[in-house]
Design a binder for this molecule. Structure first.
Ligand SMILES: [Zn+2]
Length: 467
């Protein structure tokens, strides 16, 4: 069967016979018929004849995607003549970079955005705060960066270092990233993780822990019991100040407020948290977290945006008006929310987390995953907004390692998000990715070689280490 050399694979291709020599194309103008309302915002039509190429779309975004398809096609000397009528399976196609455990520079982040745009990703989730550092300038709360952006060392296994590690993105740098992404039709979604994964924030503001004790910016990976007190009003002042300033920098619709991995031992003993629960008439600490996330999500809504939470935050019920990012744990609450009309993003840990070695998460496992969660009704499927692939950087010290782990798996998730299930083809994807590699290298990204992608079972067994 004839296939085009494009990732993600277009959803409707009708071959019309003959070929177009690309040398002819380079000298010709591509006529673009942009008619608002004629098709979906992300849709486009490309017609390739022996004489040239013409495009139709309804928006500049559609035009951009038509161009991305064409750029990949012209890498060959000849393109088979065809009509491509294309639009994505899912409206949300995201990638996430943790720039806390190790900082990914502005230049390298731009390279990732550039590569992602060519794969028609439309969202970059920027994980800016965690236990191991605070990475976003906030003028009204300068201690966040002064104290929270620095840790005394890095003990993440393999290569350990007692050298102080720190840094943060200035407002100008964040704006630069936002603008760069916007030119490529990618929205940037900042994340401030709370009430857990907040050691860096709590190092700057120890008065908003439950006990008022000092908290260190962490030097190791893990899940820590140092969390933001839900009983102190001042805690919300700090959090809201940070959110408010970042809302001015990130113009997109979504703001991620975290909510993952929150041990509640401190809440269960804290007089302020107990008082809060009594006032609210709630019994469990999971309910208290749901209330905490709801309060922050409501604030985000007042700023004109929609909050996103990790699915740990909805154990005790929906955070109203917030999107849920499913990564791990019981699917049931997420499925229930999807079926009830809530918006869901699928980032399944076992398939879409790209910080794990290929022996743990081979390419085929990522590629063949179907993000349409089991138990979601036909109606509920409309609420699965799409997919997101995260990369966490505890074990990723440099950009080469980041590229090795994310590519080709990012491309596989891009195809999961854009290409309908029936148009996916694993073997053909691998073939197309080898061709796509050339343009990735031109963007400064070196993917993993083919022999790494799907280690044979023996190698997986004997070579299995997490990172
Ligand atoms: Zn407390």
């Amino acid at each position: 069967m004839e296939r085009l050399n494009v990732i993600p694979y277009p959803n409707r291709v009708r071959f019309t016979g003959g070929t177009l020599k690309t040398e002819n194309l380079l000298t010709a103008e591509m006529p673009i018929d942009l008619v608002p309302g004629s098709m979906g915002d992300e849709a486009y039509v490309l017609e390739i004849t022996p004489e040239g190429v013409s495009a139709k779309c309804a928006t500049k975004r559609g035009m951009f995607y038509a161009q991305q398809t064409l750029i990949q096609l012209v890498a060959d000397e000849e393109i088979p003549c065809c009509v491509i009528e294309d639009e994505p399976a899912f409206p949300y196609r995201g990638f996430m970079i943790d720039t806390v455990r190790h900082i990914v520079s502005v230049e390298d982040t731009k390279k990732m955005i550039d590569a992602a745009a060519s794969l028609k990703f439309n969202a970059f989730h920027w994980h800016l705060t965690d236990d191991q550092g605070w990475r976003a300038q906030v003028d009204s709360r300068p201690l966040l960066c002064e104290k929270g952006s620095v840790r005394s060392g890095s003990y993440f296994g393999r290569e350990e270092s007692g050298t102080e590690y720190g840094g943060y993105f200035t407002k100008d740098e964040m704006k630069e990233i936002v603008a760069y992404a916007a030119e490529r039709f990618i929205d940037v979604i900042p994340e401030i993780d709370m009430p857990g994964h907040s050691s860096a924030l709590l190092h700057a503001y120890p008065e908003i822990t439950c006990s008022g004790k000092d908290v260190e910016v962490k030097t190791k990976q893990g899940i820590y019991s140092d969390i933001i007190c839900a009983g102190k009003d001042e805690a919300f002042s700090v959090v809201f100040d940070a959110i408010d300033e970042l809302c001015d920098i990130f113009p997109g619709e979504y703001f991620h407020i975290g909510g993952d991995e929150v041990p509640k031992t401190e809440w269960s003993q804290c007089p302020n948290c107990k008082k809060r629960k009594a006032e609210l008439g709630i019994k469990s600490d999971n309910e208290l977290q749901r209330w905490f996330m709801q309060k922050v999500a409501d604030h985000v809504r007042e700023k004109g945006k929609t909050a996103v939470v990790w699915n740990d935050a909805v154990k005790a019920g929906e955070v109203e008006g917030a999107s849920v990012q499913f990564w791990m744990g019981r699917k049931k609450p997420t499925v229930k929310i999807a079926n009830g009309g809530g918006r869901i993003i699928v980032s399944d840990f076992y398939h879409y987390y790209t910080d794990y070695n290929y022996s743990i998460t081979p390419l085929k496992k990522t590629y063949n995953y179907n993000p349409r969660l089991k138990g979601v009704t036909a109606e509920g499927l409309k609420n699965i907004a799409g997919v997101e692939t995260p990369v966490w950087t505890e074990y990723i010290k440099d950009f080469d390692r980041l590229c090795f782990l994310t590519f080709p798996r990012y491309a596989a998730v891009a195809e999961n998000g854009w290409t309908l299930q029936e148009n996916k083809d694993e073997e053909d994807f691998e073939r197309r990715f080898e061709i796509f590699t050339k343009s990735l290298r031109q963007k400064g990204i070196t993917p993993a070689d083919k022999e790494e992608w799907n280690p044979p079972l023996m190698k997986r067994f004997t070579g299995a280490r997490l990172y």
